[in-house]
Design a binder for this molecule. Sequence first.
Ligand SMILES: NC(=O)c1ccc[n+]([C@@H]2O[C@H](COP(=O)([O-])OP(=O)(O)OC[C@H]3O[C@@H](n4cnc5c(N)ncnc54)[C@H](O)[C@@H]3O)[C@@H](O)[C@H]2O)c1
Length: 455
Amino acid sequence: MGDWLNSIEDRTATVGVIGLGYVGLPLAVEFARSGYRTIGFDVRADVVEGILAGQSHILDVSSERVRAFVGEGLLTATTDMSRLGECAAIAICVPTPLSKTKDPDLSYVASATRGVLASLRPGQLVILESTTYPGTTRDVLLPVLEEMGLQVGRDFYLCFSPERVDPGNKVWHTKNTPKVIGGVTPECTMAGEALYSRVFDTVVPVESVEAAELVKVYENTFRMINIALVNELAQMCDRLGVDVWGVLEAAATKPFGFMKFTPGPGLGGHCIPLDPHYLTWKMKTLSFKTRMITVADEINAEMPAYVVRKVADALNDSSRSARGSRVLILGIAYKKDVSDVRESPALDIMRQLQEKGVVVTYHDSLCPVIEDDGHTLLSGLPMRSVELTDEVLAESDAVVIIADHTHIDYGRVMNVAKLIVDTRGILREVPGSARVVGLSSSAAERHPARPMAAD
Ligand SMILES: NC(=O)c1ccc[n+]([C@@H]2O[C@H](COP(=O)([O-])OP(=O)(O)OC[C@H]3O[C@@H](n4cnc5c(N)ncnc54)[C@H](O)[C@@H]3O)[C@@H](O)[C@H]2O)c1
C-alpha cells in the first residue's frame, strides 16, 4: 500500500467518480476541492459536455465552482471509461432503482463494475457509494473484480461508503456530513479511510462492508417509518378534531427521547421510498419478514389518496363537485427547494385528481416541465408549469400545496386564492382571506357535527 498511500498523502493520486448525478457531482467537486485531480465519468454525453463547459446540472453545486475546478485542471469529465485506468481511487455513484416488482435493479452498478474491471490494476481503491442491500459489495462487485486474478485486500481495495447527501440542505452537505466507510477486508477499510479522511471532515469506519451497507438502508428505513407514524398521526388528529401541527410542536418541547418528523402528502425522491425495499428484498432471501417496513410503506403509499379526498371534500364544502373543478398544484417537487420530481407524490395526486374529472394545472418554477411521470399515468404530458399570476390563483377552485418552496409569496396566495389545501402546514402563520384545509382539521375549522367514531 506504500506507494498508493504516498500518492493519496501528497495529492498526486487521480480520483475517478462514475455517475455524475445528485451524488456523484458533489462528490467529484469535493475530491477536486481537496486537491485531487478528479475525473468524472458518465454515460450521458450532455452531462459530460455541461461539466466541461463549466455548467452544473445539480442545484446544490454552483456552476462557478465547477468552472473554477475545470479551469484549474482539477476537474474534468468524460464518457471514455478506459480512462478509469488513470485513477488510484474510483467512487461508483450510479442509480440503484427498483424494478416494477419492487426488486433491486443493480444493472447500473453491474455495468459500472464491468467498466472498472476493464482497467483494474494493482493498487486501485474502488468504493461503492450507491445505496443498496447488505451483501452487494461482497457478493456482486467482488466476484467481478477478482475475475482477472487480482486479490482484494492485497492487490486492490474494495469498500462501501453510503452517500448521505440531503439535496437542498443548507447546513449539512457532502463535506461536513460524517462519512461512514467499511471495507471487504481491514486493509480495504484502512485504504478507504486514508483517502476519505483527506476529503471529509469526519470519517466513521465500521467493522465490515455489510455494516456500512446496512447503516444507509437503516437510516432511510428509520426515516420512512417515522414519516409513516406522523402521517398516521395526522389522520388520527383529523378524526379527533385536533390540529396535528400543534401536537407536534408541543411534543417537540420534550428535550429527550423525541424526534420531530412532519406529515406530508406522501413519500418522494430517490431514497426514502426505495431504499427500505432493498432491505426487504435481502431479508426475504433469508426468510425474514420486514413487517415494520411493510406497514409503513402502506401508510405512506395511501397519503396521496388521502390528500385527494381532502381536496374533494373541501370542494364539496364549497358546493363544487370535483368533476370540472380547476385545481392548481403549487410545488410538484418531492420536497421543498429541490427540482427533483422523481417519485414525487404530486404526480400521483395529479393523476388521481384527473381521474375524478378535475382540470389540473401546476406551478413550480424549479420543475418547469413534467416529461416523465414515473409510470403514474398522468395525462396531458408533457405538462408545463403555469405562471403564478393573480389571475391563475383567482380562477382556481382550489390550490393544493405539495412542495412548500421557500421562494413562493404565500401572503399573496392567501389573499388571492379562494380555497387552499395545505399539505405541509406552511400557511399556519400566514394571514389572508383564503379558506385553508390542512391534513388534519384544526379546532377552529372542526365541523361540530362530525362523528368521532370510525365510519
Ligand atoms: N439523490 C439523493 O439524494 C441520494 C442521496 C443518497 C444516496 N443516493 C444514492 O446514490 C446513487 C446515485 O443516485 P443519484 O441521485 O446521484 O442518481 P442520478 O440519476 O442523479 O445520477 C446518476 C448518474 O449516473 C449515470 N450513469 C448511469 N449508469 C452509468 C454507468 N454505467 N457509467 C457511468 N455513469 C452512469 C447517469 O447518467 C447519471 O448521470 C443511488 O444509489 C441513490 O440511491 C442518492
